[in-house]
Design a binder for this molecule. Structure first.
Ligand code: MF3
Ligand code: CO
Ligand code: CO
Length: 279
């Protein structure tokens, strides 16, 4: 039902750059590439912890992300991707994902997701975190915390023998236990030499369903969790996805690789700045 293909070397002749619906199984050279790409993106998210303050614009965040990616020898994978013209996505309050950086300053009490994807030596490091601007209400801070826990509970299920559905189910169960809803319109994805590849990693579903996890699979887990209903609306710019009921939403994302015994997180924060509060 699902087709798996082993890929061994990082050159254009391998099937690893073709989106053909197959699930790629990578070797140690792939892990090495993903480690570097993932680390650079994670370092950038670390740098944003002190940078993100009331009054800072998302355009300034975008500029910092772009500079740090280029300085690190990478290219922003989102720049020019299907017509997206920025180096990261900045999604504030009721914006679920794909928010476009602009000149509006951040306000005290905002929560914002910054999603960075490096493209380094042919490999993609895709990760996002939430940031709390100044002092946010407990309701917002709690959503951020639970969303982070959803991601990590999903990652706990990422090991050989389990399926994508085990990840989905762990996330959905925990979110709904807190009376939050899980966005269905966007999902995690395979990645590697491609930015978006098979399999689809849905964030709600039944345990034991979907593709079986095998060593060498690379994919993201990136749950979007809403305080209100799960429905999505896309704004007129064609990108910005907001909650239809305009309630708060949060998201965290890691890129991981399945190992013989579990998984490796390629985008772990080098400084341990996994989730606010940072202090
Ligand atoms: N980084 C996003 C993801 O997690 C994709 C952003 S595509 C863009 O898959 F074009 F909106 F930047
Ligand atoms: Co992603
Ligand atoms: Co992303």
């Amino acid at each position: 039902m699902y087709q798996y293909v082993s890929v061994t070397a990082a050159d254009a002749a391998t099937p690893s750059r073709v989106r053909d619906g197959t699930i790629k199984l990578h070797d140690e050279s792939g892990f090495a590439g993903m480690r570097k790409a993932g680390r650079l993106s994670a370092e950038i998210l670390d740098a944003l912890v002190s940078f993100i303050q009331p009054g800072v614009t998302t355009a300034a965040i975008d500029e910092l992300v772009c500079t740090m990616l280029l300085d690190g020898g990478a290219v922003p994978a989102t720049l020019g991707y299907r017509g997206f013209t920025h180096s990261c996505c900045t999604s504030i309050n009721h914006v679920i994902c794909h928010g476009i950086p602009d000149d509006k300053p951040l306000k005290d009490g905002d929560i914002i997701n910054v999603d960075v994807t490096s493209w380094l030596d042919g490999w993609h490091g895709d990760t996002s975190r939430m940031y709390v601007v100044g002092e946010a209400p407990i309701k917002a801070r709690r959503l951020v915390e639970v969303t982070y826990e959803c991601l990590m509970l999903g990652i706990e299920q990422a090991k050989p023998g389990n399926t994508i559905g085990d990840i989905s189910n762990a996330i959905q169960k925990y979110a709904e236990k807190h009376r939050y809803s899980v966005v269905r319109d966007f999902c995690g994805h395979g990645l590697g030499q491609l930015f978006h590849d098979a399999p689809e990693v849905v964030h709600a579903g039944k345990a034991g369903t979907g593709p079986e996890l095998r060593p060498g699979m690379f994919f993201t887990i990136e749950p979007m969790i809403n305080i209100g209903k799960p429905q999505v609306k896309i704004l007129g710019d064609g990108w910005t996805a907001v909650t239809k009921d305009r309630t708060l939403t949060a998201q965290f994302e890691h890129s991981i690789g399945i190992t013989e015994t579990g998984c490796e997180i390629f985008t772990l924060s080098p400084k341990g700045l996994h989730c606010p509060p940072w202090a």
